[in-house]
Design a binder for this molecule. Structure first.
Ligand code: HEM
Length: 175
């Protein structure tokens, strides 16, 4: 676990502790973003950018098995839960978030993580509730930068045939 945290720090420049701020703020990130509608807005702004990214076909191809609307929904339910709102993602997907396991089949590397975060950063800048909240924007960036590189570092550990079982990473907290 700790080794993965160190690898994520090395790859992304943000520590586990720094990444936690977004999930522990008062008032919560969920409130600052505009609750469920605000989570949906962030997810939509992000996926608009991803699905319009025809300059980086290698990146767009990672999303080829999903529809844009499904992807937006999965992500905003997760945001609501992660940033201090109701546990909407758990209600849809069950007890474990399994973020690493759910990404492990896409073959995501650190280059893809950087590209993902670039789109997310632009989405954060555009978000209607975050314009004057630099503290929230910085915390979100740190959370996503750390988590994206953690997902990549941890995915290297997992083989596809291990994914459906209950591994240590499945059961753990992986943001
Ligand atoms: C799902 C790619 C990082 C949260 C997905 C999907 C893809 C993907 C292709 C499937 C879309 C769908 O149908 O829902 C990537 C790539 C990343 C990345 C290339 C770069 C490292 C992240 C990060 C987070 C995140 C940093 C959150 C902190 C999610 C969530 C889902 C998802 C919640 C829905 C999973 C499900 O319920 O099936 N991602 N992702 N992803 N991603 Fe990522």
């Amino acid at each position: 676990k700790q080794e993965l945290q160190e690898r994520a720090l090395k790859a992304g420049g943000v520590s586990y502790e720094e990444s936690l701020q977004a999930t522990q703020m008062v008032p919560t990130m969920f409130e600052r973003m505009g609750q469920v509608d605000g989570c949906q807005e962030l997810s939509r702004l992000f996926y608009n950018r991803v699905f319009d990214d025809s300059d980086a076909v290698w990146f767009l191809n990672i999303f080829s098995s999903s529809t844009k609307e499904e992807a937006i929904e999965n992500q905003y339910l997760f945001f609501a839960q992660t940033f201090g709102g109701p546990d909407l993602y758990r209600q849809k997907k069950g007890k474990y978030t399994r973020l690493v396991g759910r990404h492990a089949n896409y073959g995501i590397g650190h280059r893809a993580a950087d590209h993902w975060v670039k789109h997310m950063k632009a989405a954060i800048e555009e978000h209607s509730h975050l314009k004057d909240d630099q503290q929230a924007k910085d915390a979100l960036y740190q959370y996503f930068q750390y988590t994206a590189h953690y997902i990549v570092a941890a995915s290297d550990y997992m083989r596809p045939d291990q994914l459906s079982g209950g591994t240590a990473i499945d059961a753990g907290r992986i943001w």
